[in-house]
Design a protein around this ligand. Structure first.
Ligand code: FPP
Length: 236
């Protein structure tokens, strides 16, 4: 990694390929998710140590609820375990953990786990880890429109006040725009991930399956990011 080159402030990761990783080894899909969770822990450590301030991951989309009950249950159990067991690590690494997504249709133990880890890490400042869980980009925009309409109806704001900044501040979380989005496993789609926040993001689609996307792979991705010429619609 070239240290003097600019780092992305906010990186998004669509963690794809857990199922295929397991299948390649003759294992059940759940083993792939467990391997993905183990990899995520190491990867986050690396990314925040480099000095990147914000990381958003796509852990579970609103569409993922259509998967088998067995897989959805497994993933929810995994999330609860992860939030409970890793809370101490996030605290010691000084990372603030936040969530983006809808609370509808989520199990009570998942909601309790979210609340607990958010509360325990809310004042931490080294970096922010945003977990998109039960998340859909279009749903986020619908929920934001509703939130803004309520503010207009309650005379907190006027229609004329609605602009891009106001929308950004009223999303599930008020985060800087995504600079760089990585989707592992060779799939080249964004699948409803942080649509508003990724308007000017650079994309990177490595073939590597998420459980194998380690710190070396991340550094390779970063080098690619640093070669890109970001023009934000202008001329340079
Ligand atoms: C997509 O791969 C992955 C998911 C739907 C789950 C992502 C979850 C984790 C990596 C677990 C850890 C996350 C946290 C926050 C603890 P896929 O199963 O669709 O893979 P496939 O396309 O190969 O079937």
């Amino acid at each position: 990694m070239e240290e003097d080159k600019v780092l992305p402030k906010h990186v998004g990761i669509i963690m794809d390929g857990n199922g295929r990783w397991a299948k390649k080894r003759g294992l059940k899909r759940s083993f792939g998710h467990k391997a993905g969770a183990d990899n995520l822990e190491k990867l986050l450590k690396h990314i925040f140590n480099i000095g990147i301030k914000y990381v958003s991951v796509y852990a579970f989309s609103t569409e993922n609820l259509k998967r088998s009950k067995e897989e959805v249950d497994y993933l929810m159990d995994l999330f609860v375990k992860y939030f409970t067991k890793k809370k101490k690590i996030f605290v010691s690494e000084e990372l603030k953990v936040i969530f983006s997504g809808s609370k509808e249709n989520l199990r009570n133990d998942v909601l309790a786990g979210i609340k607990e880890i958010e509360e325990a890490t809310k004042d931490l400042k080294k970096g922010t880890f945003n977990i998109c869980l039960n998340y859909g980009g279009r749903k986020e925009l619908c929920d934001t429109v509703k939130k803004i309409c309520e503010k207009v109806m309650n005379d907190e704001i006027k229609i004329e006040d609605i602009n891009e900044d106001l929308i950004t501040h009223n999303l599930y979380q008020d985060l800087p725009d995504l600079d760089f989005v990585i989707r592992t496993s060779g799939e080249m789609r964004i699948s409803n991930f942080m649509l508003w926040q990724s308007s000017y993001a650079e994309y990177y689609f490595p073939e590597t399956l998420f459980p194998d996307f380690d710190s070396k792979e991340f550094d390779k991705a970063l080098l690619e990011y640093q070669k890109r010429n970001r023009r934000f619609g202008g001329v340079q």
